[in-house]
Design a protein around this ligand. Structure first.
Ligand code: COA
Length: 659
């Protein structure tokens, strides 16, 4: 679909100029020096631009132009698009800015552009874009002399795009494509990803993104792209979750970056925090090796070995244990004072030859090998790099530390082995690549459980009574409960369920009960009356529950503007906003995903700590039940806090729902 845009037989630049300061001139020069097809500068009065015959309009050319690049003031863009459509053009780039990002007038003009594009079936990039670079031409107004390569960059912001081009130039990262998306009025990142996924010059897609325009499409289509090649994201604008009524814990905890992280994980992409991590991934992606999270560190410096293993632990990767037979073999090549273990210290007197012998022994181990050399009198980085170059295909990552490290890294790079200057960079790159999940397509079907819609009809929030009743429809257990308004009712219910009990103020609105002193625990016959009187004076209704002992877990749900229904979980109770150890997942959540979220947020460790065996399966059921509930009922925001997990079940004891 984008063939005419990225591989055109002819290009016209409308707004071309002889003034070398103007964007219309820089575009013509950049294209002229790189492009082999026909180039038509369009200018209202000039007969010639940069040595090329100029035309006063697209019509004057007299034949169809494949790609029209528009760099005229905003008021003229709609007319140029119409003219392009009449002349049969189906691909355009609108460099001009000053549209919806500026004012109402701009918004109107942008809508008109879209109308014209639809009428003539023109697909366009922008407006407000820097343009794009392909392996055969540069259609941007950037000066950068980009090195050819196989990494594609797709950037939502023009400024950030320019910065990334600069970065690519400085770090000598070779690019296949660079695409600045601009306002994405028509083509957005997903359209460009599809093109790049099938492009043979592109090995991986690196994308700077600020927001996802169409979250449903992102979730549905990006899995097909990551199945073909790695897609790495860096996100700008990592602030708080915006469009949320903060009536629940979920509202005050949720962050937009975490939801985006969950979405990227779901679609099988990689999210990095900064450009350094971006760059570190380039080498590891180029190598085509299947790295593993189990690592053996080989070095000639004990201190560096420790630093590396510290980072491995920080990034939740693991160190392998060497077998006894491997240790016996290694002892034969190590000096007497050295003990073979992981990290494997070949000792400060290790020569290139000792590295060679060690590599020969460990090459077949099913793990990633980080080989770190500190240049010493006995060995240089280049010597070790030459050794490592003989072991391509053995899951090796080199870390070269010394005066000759740049030459050593070049040797590794031409051998297809990823190389780094610092162990932390190597470990982080391995972490990112081994943590990629197989893409999952979220198929959402809303099939409300029978009777559930009756609970929510015409309401914007749910009372305690309705919330508790709704839980059972979705398989989430609640403790025995009742809502009472007289002391007699309270006594009779307590006698029925037995002591101890918990009393809470009961409200028709979601409230944080603990914060207003509305929860009293450990109630038996002796303090029943006083507790009841304290609470009934606050809200007029009291909820009584059987008191449970167990681990407190937080479950949150929200309906995100981009990614739709999502679930949060973490350690619960009053610590939820303090600890912020929260994992995010997109609905529908499978049992495996629920378990993964529990592991990530440390809920699983809490349930299994000191062999207490709290009910993991029941917690999974509660998460998947809540996933279904918010999908079915379109719930805007909810929390179950806490879900008390006992040794034989999990109970929602406090529930807040905003519809
Ligand atoms: N057809 C053909 N040529 C036209 C034209 C039309 N309809 N309308 C104007 N032109 C010519 C002008 O005569 C001028 O040529 P000249 O230098 O020979 O006089 C040239 O096109 C450019 O027009 P001009 O009015 O001088 O505008 P400009 O170059 O100052 O600015 C833009 C035009 C598009 C660059 C400017 O409006 C803009 O949007 N700048 C920001 C771009 C940007 O930052 N984009 C996003 C980056 S992320």
């Amino acid at each position: 679909m984008l063939e005419e845009m990225f591989n055109p037989n002819s290009i016209a630049v409308v707004g071309a100029s002889n003034n070398r300061e103007k964007i219309g001139n820089i575009l013509v020069r950049n294209i002229k020096t790189s492009y082999r097809g026909k180039l038509y500068p369009i200018n209202l009065k000039e007969p010639e631009i940069e040595g090329l015959k100029a035309y006063s309009s697209l019509k004057e050319i007299g034949s169809k132009v494949d790609l029209v690049i528009i760099s005229v003031p905003r008021e003229a863009v709609v007319d140029v698009m119409m003219e392009a459509g009449e002349a049969g053009t189906r691909a355009a780039v609108i460099i001009t800015s000053g549209f919806r990002e500026v004012d109402e007038k701009g918004k109107e003009l942008e809508l008109k552009i879209m109308e014209v594009a639809k009428k003539y079936s023109i697909r366009f990039l922008g407006p407000n874009t820097m343009g794009f670079i392909t392996p055969s031409f540069n259609a941007t107004f950037a000066y950068e002399d980009v090195k050819q390569g196989n990494i594609a960059i797709v950037a939502q912001s023009g400024g950030m795009g320019a910065y990334m081009l600069d970065w690519a130039e400085k770090t000598k990262t070779g690019l296949s494509y660079f695409v600045s998306l601009g306002n994405q009025t028509d083509l957005n990142e997903i359209d460009i990803f599809h093109f790049l996924a099938d492009d043979l010059n592109t090995k991986a897609i690196f994308s700077y993104i600020e927001g996802v325009a169409d979250g449903e499409r992102f979730l549905a289509e990006v899995p097909d792209i990551t199945a073909k090649k790695p897609v790495v994201f860096i996100k700008g604008g990592t602030g708080k979750y915006g469009a949320m009524a903060v009536q629940t814990h979920t509202g005050s905890i949720a962050g937009s970056i975490e939801l985006f992280r969950a979405a990227v994980k779901t679609v099988g992409g990689i999210l990095v925090d900064n450009l350094d991590d971006f760059l570190n991934l380039v080498a590891i992606i180029q190598s085509d090796e299947k790295f593993l999270s189990d690592i053996l560190v080989v070095t000639n410096s004990g201190g560096h070995g420790v630093l590396t293993t510290d980072e491995i632990e920080r990034q939740s990767l693991s160190l392998i244990n060497l077998t006894d037979s491997m240790k016996t073999e290694l002892r034969k090549i190590l000096p007497d004072q050295s003990t073979p273990k992981n990290p494997l210290d070949l000792s400060g007197d290790a020569s290139g030859e000792r590295f060679m012998m060690a590599m020969d022994l460990i090459k077949g181990l099913e793990c990633t090998k980080i080989v770190l050399v500190q240049e010493l009198a006995t060995v240089s980085c280049v010597e070790v790099a030459k050794v490592l170059a003989k072991f391509k295909g053995r899951k090796i990552v080199g870390v070269m530390m010394g005066k000759d490290s740049e030459s050593a890294l070049r040797i590794l790079s031409s051998a297809g082995i990823p190389g780094y200057n610092f162990p932390e960079d190597a470990v982080k790159a391995i972490k990112h690549i081994v943590n990629v999940r197989p893409p999952v397509k979220k198929i959402r079907i809303s099939e409300p459980v029978k009777g559930s819609l009756d609970f929510i009809k015409g309401k914007s929030t749910l009372s305690d009574e309705f919330s508790f009743k709704l839980m059972s429809l979705y398989g989430i257990r609640v403790p025995e409960w009742d809502i009472v308004s007289t002391l007699d009712e309270a006594k009779s219910f307590c006698n029925k369920i037995g002591y101890p009990v918990v009393m809470k103020v009961s409200s028709d609105q979601p409230i944080h009960k603990t914060e207003i002193g509305g929860v009293i625990m450990n109630i038996d016959e002796s303090n029943l009356e006083s507790s009841f009187k304290t609470l009934i004076s606050k809200m007029g209704k009291v909820m009584i529950q059987k008191q449970l002992n167990g681990v407190e877990v937080f479950l949150g749900g929200l309906n995100d503007a981009s990614f739709g229904p999502s679930i949060l979980t973490g350690p619960g109770g009053i610590y939820v906003e303090v600890l912020k150890s929260i994992s995010y997942g997109l609905v529908p959540i499978s049992e495996n995903e629920a378990l993964e979220m529990m592991t990530e947020s440390k809920v699983l460790s809490l349930l299994q700590a000191r062999k207490r065996n709290y009910d993991v399966d029941a917690t999974i059921r509660a998460i998947t039940g809540m996933s279904r509930m918010i999908e079915d009922l379109g719930i805007k925001e909810m929390d179950i806090n806490p879900l008390i997990v006992t040794q034989d079940d999990a109970y929602a004891v406090d529930i807040r729902i905003v519809l």
